[in-house]
Ligand binder design. Sequence first.
Ligand SMILES: *Cc1c(COP(=O)(O)O)cnc(C)c1O
Length: 455
Amino acid sequence: MSKEIPYKIYLSENELPESWYNVRADMKNKPAPLLNPATHKPMTAEELGHVFCDELVKQELNDTDAYIPIPEEIREFYKMYRPAPLVRAYCLEKKLGTPAKIYYKFEGNNTSGSHKLNSAIAQAYYAKKQGLKGVTTETGAGQWGTALSMACSYFDLDCHVYMVKVSYEQKPFRREVMRTYGAQITPSPSDTTEVGRKILAEFPGTGGSLGCAISEAVEAATKREGYRYVLGSVLNQVLLHQTVIGLETMTAMDKYGIKPDVIIGCAGGGSNLGGLISPFMGRKLRGEADYQFIAVEPASCPSLTRGSFVYDFCDTGHVCPLAKMYTLGSEFMPSANHAGGLRYHGMSSILSQLYDDKLIEARSVEQTAVFKAAQDFARVEGILPAPESSHAIKVAIDEALKCKETGEEKTILFGLTGTGYFDMYAYKAYNDGTMSDYIPTDAEIAKALEKAPKV
Ligand SMILES: *Cc1c(COP(=O)(O)O)cnc(C)c1O
């Protein structure tokens, strides 16, 4: 007899994972190493240590240990807002009239409004343990900057955030949340760094991009004694920390005898998707179970579906190591009408490799369809989703409607990464009917990719 499934499955605090799961240990084709941009040789731990915290460098380079214990201090912090609920979307199923069973893992139950806090607290902890004074980072939409500000104030570290200038201007309240947690915020590009001044000279009046803000934050960290740079997505270490999402989900599902057929997540740099799918991918790689995995990205920034799998720069100023990933080119910018986040030009090397090995699929969706899905979801499930998360909602709904046609009772799981209260300009454009779609041409993508380094 299967147990009756509650609307929300809450695990107890003692069911919180004790280790993160490192999917690289089970991958046959390991993700390609980061390369030194000058020599094109793999980055050594020592080189990476100038930019990143020592323990995080070890995690970045660790391709072999399947489980990495979560320090007790981090587990204590996790207990403030975890375990996160796994929700059975009964109301959405009913509204769609689908025989599919839909579940989502909700990560929006903390002040950062997203899953980003899972890695922010880990990175702040290792910085503190190393005796550093502070960290620098970039933020786009603002969730990562907020999460890191919260984590740094908890461990009494300085936090300096370079915020993409358009977001800085459009989201003054995000900025104030970060300042409330004690962070210093600089709109990027700025004249406070060499690379910022260079970008400003070349593109006066630019609203900035994640790639610019990363370059500035790296420069600020490496030029200041006692500081390191931290990043909210893309890197192996970030995917590792985010596996708490997938591990909790797996525990909850196993407890109730639920087996997902399809697992869906939005993909910006790949951290929430990687975190959600890793433990399930581990089972697939070890031949214990099979699942369909779907990465969802904006049609206006389609790195997996239309990018190339090559070594590329991670930032605009070319101060970071090179990463082999699906990329649109480091100078690619989504068009100005793009509102939904997920605007990074590249993708996690782990997910890129899994995608190249055909272990995951990818789909791109247009933003008006994404906001329609967000609205449909909000009206029945009560949560106002982040635009990023709504990409996953859109494809989950598509899959559930396919089941309605075929009569299949598939179990669909998706990651609901956060809430959208700071994205009301985007919702306003949708509600006003002024939101439009833009799909870059092949020529635009090819042009941005021309600048990729020849490795
Ligand atoms: C940052 C963010 C994303 C995208 O980042 P990933 O690293 O791809 O997970 C998705 N949803 C929310 C709410 C975010 O804040």
